[in-house]
Design a protein around this ligand. Structure first.
Ligand SMILES: NC(=O)c1ccc[n+]([C@@H]2O[C@H](COP(=O)([O-])OP(=O)(O)OC[C@H]3O[C@@H](n4cnc5c(N)ncnc54)[C@H](O)[C@@H]3O)[C@@H](O)[C@H]2O)c1
Length: 315
């Protein structure tokens, strides 16, 4: 989408941090924004910051609750008539480690960080498609969706899954002129990450903190401004770029991880049938993604290759 003027964005978790950065960057482009958030206090603060701006509308909703989201989307359509850009951004911290026997916190994080993205996409994307005017979907993953932290299994699992979901959606929607981007923030100054000096609840004793904690505080002091992240999202929508990386300090680790994957492949050449299939599949995927920037053809088939997979169940 090259011209964003007058277009409508629906941003989950839009009342604080990165979501609010996107909202402000979109408003600066002449867009209308629906700020969908479950926190009354964040909504009140964001409303105050945007006081008098008729292009922003606020709705209280929980992305983990499908009926709640349907109602919020209906309200948004009543107010602005359409939705062109969906930002699946709401997220929470926590979830525990991979070997923690407690399921409750794991499920809580998955219900917001992964299911929230799926719920909103399945509710809003059909609306964007039916309008026939193109559009864009932005999914907020994390650097933890590329290089995970050992203590954050639920968080990393959800963020890797968001990336997988977004990659699949990208191919599905490209032939319809609807773009998809996936945002991978590293340290960004938001409600999730702030310097200890800004947090009255932090027991802040620099001299007693371990190396990792001290380094994390230092990163928080140097964290990216969420408005800059919002501007990077605007650029990605205009250019239809899939990957949005904001924190260059992770580049070498990503290169090393990709190299580890490359080196894990078998050394012997695969048989001809498999090579032919993969060459065909990769070519089709490339063609689908190349269609992403051309004009919309209403009613055109989406990019599913015309194949279906059988599913298995217990018997
Ligand atoms: N801040 C960082 O350093 C960082 C790094 C990587 C990824 N992220 C991701 O960025 C996204 C935004 O986080 P942030 O850092 O701006 O945090 P934040 O806490 O400042 O903002 C998140 C917003 O989402 C809302 N929210 C949370 N759960 C919700 C739900 N179930 N339904 C509706 N709204 C909900 C919150 O009320 C809040 O306003 C998240 O997906 C997060 O995982 C953040």
């Amino acid at each position: 989408m090259e011209d964003l003027t007058g277009k409508v964005a629906f941003i989950t978790g839009g009342a604080n941090g990165i979501g609010f950065g996107m909202a402000r960057a979109f408003l600066a482009e002449g867009m209308k924004v629906v700020i969908a958030d479950w926190s009354s206090s964040h909504i009140a603060k964001a409303k105050q910051a945007l006081k008098g701006n008729n292009a922003a509308y606020f709705v209280k909703t929980n992305v983990a609750d499908r009926e709640d989201i349907k109602a919020a989307v209906e309200e948004a359509i009543e107010v602005f008539g359409k939705i062109h850009v969906l930002c699946n951004n709401a997220g929470v911290n926590g979830g525990g480690t991979a070997d923690d026997p407690d399921f409750t916190d794991f499920d809580r994080v998955m219900s917001v960080n992964l299911n929230g993205v799926v719920n909103c996409s399945k509710i809003v994307v059909p609306i964007i498609k039916s309008q026939g005017e193109g559009g864009h979907v932005v999914c907020t993953s994390s650097m933890a969706g590329v290089v995970p932290l050992p203590g954050a299994a639920a968080y990393s699992t959800a963020k890797y899954a968001v990336r997988g979901f977004a990659e699949s959606l990208r191919m599905q929607l490209a032939p319809l002129g609807i773009g998809v981007s996936c945002l991978f923030p590293g340290a960004t100054r938001t409600g999730m990450l702030f310097p200890p000096e800004d947090d009255p609840e932090t027991d802040y004793h620099e001299d007693q903190a371990g190396d990792f904690q001290q380094a994390l505080w230092e990163a928080a002091r140097d964290a990216v401004d969420p408005l800059d992240t919002g501007r990077a999202v605007v650029d990605a929508i205009k250019e239809n770029s899939f990957y949005i990386f904001t924190n260059r300090e992770f580049l070498q680790e990503v290169i090393d991880r990709n190299r580890e994957m490359e080196e894990a492949f078998p050394k012997e050449e695969p048989p001809k049938g498999r090579v032919a299939f993969e060459t065909l599949r990769a070519g089709m995927a490339k063609n689908l993604m190349a269609t992403g920037n051309r004009p919309v053809v209403k009613g055109e088939d989406a990019g599913d290759f015309g194949i279906s997979f059988s599913s298995s169940s217990a018997d």
